[in-house]
Design a protein around this ligand. Sequence first.
Ligand code: CA
Length: 224
Amino acid sequence: MAERILLVEDEEKLARMVELELKYEGYRVEKAFDGRSGLEQARSGAFDLVLLDIMLPQLSGMEVLRRLRRESQIPVIMLTARDSVVDKVSGLDSGADDYITKPFAIEELLARIRAALRNKGCRDGQLLTAGELAMDVERHQVTVKGKGVELTKKEFDLLRHLLENKGRVLSREALLDSVWGFDFVGETNSVDVYIRFLRSKLDEAFGLKLIHTVRGVGYVIKEE
Ligand code: CA
């Protein structure tokens, strides 16, 4: 079934171009040209994802997002004309799933849409697994051989990212970028530190070998 995307964007030319590209990819698309009608449509429950411009007439994208989040966890990708850290921080603080800076390449937008929809699938109760390890993303629970494992938020996020990319080797830089993001302050060896925590709580505690080091490249989680 085609996923439904709501595009809230007051620049009509850009909106039309994005709409065409999304339809070409097989998505169903509706448009709104101001914040107020965008919020109204987003609330209808008829969509799988919202692309939300920040600078909008009537209600700003940030305000739309804030009001929408009181009642809905629908994935929202913010479109921002300004590559400003402040916008990104307040957008993510208000519950945006991702953001993209205009002008953007359509391929990048499509990749972010796919990622946000994939994460939604996880939130909707999908189980991520590797061998005897299972992660229930929605309930924020991790079990090994049926036994619960306590993880900190960062450990959970890192493990989730590894599981979502099971079998793919991820570099330290890629992990830092995806798990810690732009608000990261500290040393790049944080990844190694948290991998050690995960290994001790998972592999060592249960006698498994799930998290592998690929020397000079990074880490991968795979089944034995
Ligand atoms: Ca705008």
